[in-house]
Design a protein around this ligand. Structure first.
Ligand code: TMP
Length: 226
């Protein structure tokens, strides 16, 4: 069956992926205004997913067991695949997803030390092992990312009352494990994962992303519906 293109963005909190995904969506729409581009995020992106997002990111959700946290991430993802991602791919659209199963592997598998195996197994069981065509993994310096994420979320809470700081309150050791697991994923799957690291400007990161997405579009173009 013809399929659209599934692109995920990954990285630590404060890595700039939300800025980059919006720029990529704008670039794709400018390149071909007729192209269907669906922008979504995890957790969230559906009504059910937004409710799971509030629960899992709110710092008042005290004492969530790591397994519960992982199960909630997969409940969100299964819903997003059923409701948003798979229908869009079946319709030949380009789906841009801000975080996917690599986040669960990095944060719950690495950060919470549950390991990769249960994450990959749950992905097979609950997500039909759906794999992105391309994953853009942004890993600027760990200290910069964390400082930016913590500052931004405080600001958001002051202005909107939205509390999404549960993960940012983790210690640096947690994020070091997340960082290491992301590197492990990139090394394991270089054909899918483009690792973008170092002190790059927003424009430089965007250029690397555009080059990778253009290549992917050229490769998959013949499979798309007329
Ligand atoms: P973000 O949407 O602002 O990137 O924040 C989502 C937070 O949720 C971020 O700290 C990473 C975390 N997260 C997990 O721990 N596991 C997951 O599977 C996903 C999708 C996100």
């Amino acid at each position: 069956m013809p399929r659209g293109l599934f692109i995920t963005l990954e990285g630590l909190d404060g890595s700039g992926k939300t800025t980059q995904i919006k720029r990529l969506a704008a670039w794709l729409k400018q390149r071909d205004p007729a192209e269907g581009v669906v922008l979504t995020r995890q957790p969230g992106g559906t009504v059910t997913g937004d409710r799971i997002r509030s629960l899992v990111l709110d710092s008042r959700s005290i004492g969530l067991a790591p397994m519960t946290e992982m199960a909630l991430m997969f409940a969100d993802r299964a819903q997003a695949i059923a409701e948003v991602i798979q229908p869009a791919l079946d319709a030949g659209k380009i789906v841009l997803c801000d975080r996917f199963t690599d986040s669960t592997e990095a944060y719950q598998g690495g950060g919470r030390e549950l390991g990769s195996a249960p994450v990959l197994e749950l992905h097979r069981l609950l997500c039909a092992n759906l794999q992105p065509d391309l994953t853009l993994l942004l890993l600027p310096r760990l200290d910069f990312s964390l400082a930016r994420a913590r500052h931004r979320n405080q600001h958001v809470e002051t202005n909107t009352g939205l509390n999404e700081t549960r993960f940012e309150q983790e210690q640096d050791a947690f994020f070091t494990r997340v960082w290491q697991k992301y590197h492990e994923i990139a090394a394991r799957d270089p054909a899918r994962v483009l690792l973008i690291e170092g002190d790059l400007t927003i424009d430089q990161v965007h250029e690397q992303i555009v080059a990778a997405v253009s290549k992917c579009l050229r490769t998959l173009a013949p499979q798309k519906p007329a």
